[in-house]
Write a protein that binds this ligand. Structure first.
Ligand code: PTJ
Length: 272
């Protein structure tokens, strides 16, 4: 029998290790694919570059995302394996606050995985989960992957879709269908980040609580105020500023060489 790896709370990267272990355990249940674990690793690498915190530009995108969802007539949260594993409770809460529907939409689609994700979301209180099995009777044009199969009551009908941790071709196709796309993606250079109307460059587990809070705060605002928030946001500019922030952060770190204080002390000892 494989011994369960204990993660010490004192480990400097305990949070990251716990998340990885959680994703691996969700691979066993079918919720997450192995490709999803790889995708998470890519996200972690970008999070290092961002400094592992929610930036001001991400906060601006979160506010716009909340306003966009509240203004929508048919908002939908598109759920893949990683999102279900990382923020199951957040998905339910955000759907409640914004009135969004929840639809499972997978790149690596199997009925077993769809049902495993549905069960997980129901465990956290979801009352309706679209996109499972034969409910996916509609197709989005121009998509080569299984993601093209959608629920007529969900993504097909939606005017605004939140697609966190997404692969690029569906975002492009949804935009070409005239839908408004919001994404959460740690890579500001990804095709999804570049194609979306609102790109939140942040880690999903950090973003969701903020997005829920912002939606609660804005929920009673007038339509005009919400429209003003949306129209004053420029995604292209926000992405450019995010890339510039990474650039500046890396330039600063490059000057220091070693930025972990304790490690730097050791270098100083050797230098003297
Ligand atoms: O569950 P499935 O079958 O639908 O598959 C889902 C994955 C994630 C495998 C699929 O959508 C995929 O292959 O995605 P990509 O093309 O790897 O894109 C994922 C993007 O999300 C990348 O740009 C990552 O940097 C980013 N990312 C990864 N983890 C996080 C993240 N962004 C925010 N928070 C994260 N935790």
């Amino acid at each position: 029998m494989v011994k369960k790896t204990e993660i010490s709370l004192n480990h400097p990267r305990a949070k990251s290790l716990k998340t990885r272990h959680s994703l691996v355990s969700h691979v066993k249940s079918g919720v997450v694919t192995l490709a999803g674990v790889l995708a998470h690793g890519r996200g972690e690498a970008f999070d290092y570059l961002l400094g592992e915190k929610t930036t001001e530009t991400a906060h601006a995108a979160i506010k716009t995302a909340a306003a966009t969802m509240l203004l929508a007539e048919h908002p939908v949260i598109s759920v893949n394996g990683n999102i279900a594993a990382l923020v199951p409770e957040g998905i339910i809460k955000l759907a409640e606050v914004t009135g969004a529907k929840i639809e499972v939409n997978l790149f690596h689609r199997t009925l077993h995985r769809e049902e495993a994700i549905k069960q997980l979301l129901e465990k956290y209180g979801a009352k309706e989960v679209l996109g499972v099995g034969e409910a996916c009777s509609a197709e989005i044009p121009e998509i080569c992957s299984e993601r093209r199969n959608v629920d007529p009551k969900g993504i097909l009908l939606a005017d605004v879709i939140l697609v966190p941790l997404e692969d690029g071709d569906r975002t492009e196709a949804l935009r070409k269908m005239g839908k408004t796309v919001i994404t959460v993606d740690l890579n500001p250079l990804s095709r999804t980040a570049q194609w979306a109307n609102v790109t939140i460059v942040d880690e999903v587990a950090r973003t969701f609580p903020l997005l829920i809070e912002e939606s609660k705060l804005l929920k009673n605002q007038t339509k005009k105020n919400l429209q003003n928030i949306v129209s004053s946001f420029d995604n292209k500019k926000n992405l450019a500023t995010t890339i510039e922030q990474i650039n500046q952060r890396l330039s600063g770190l490059a000057k220091q060489g070693v930025y972990i204080p304790e490690a730097n002390e050791l270098y100083k000892e050797h230098e003297t």
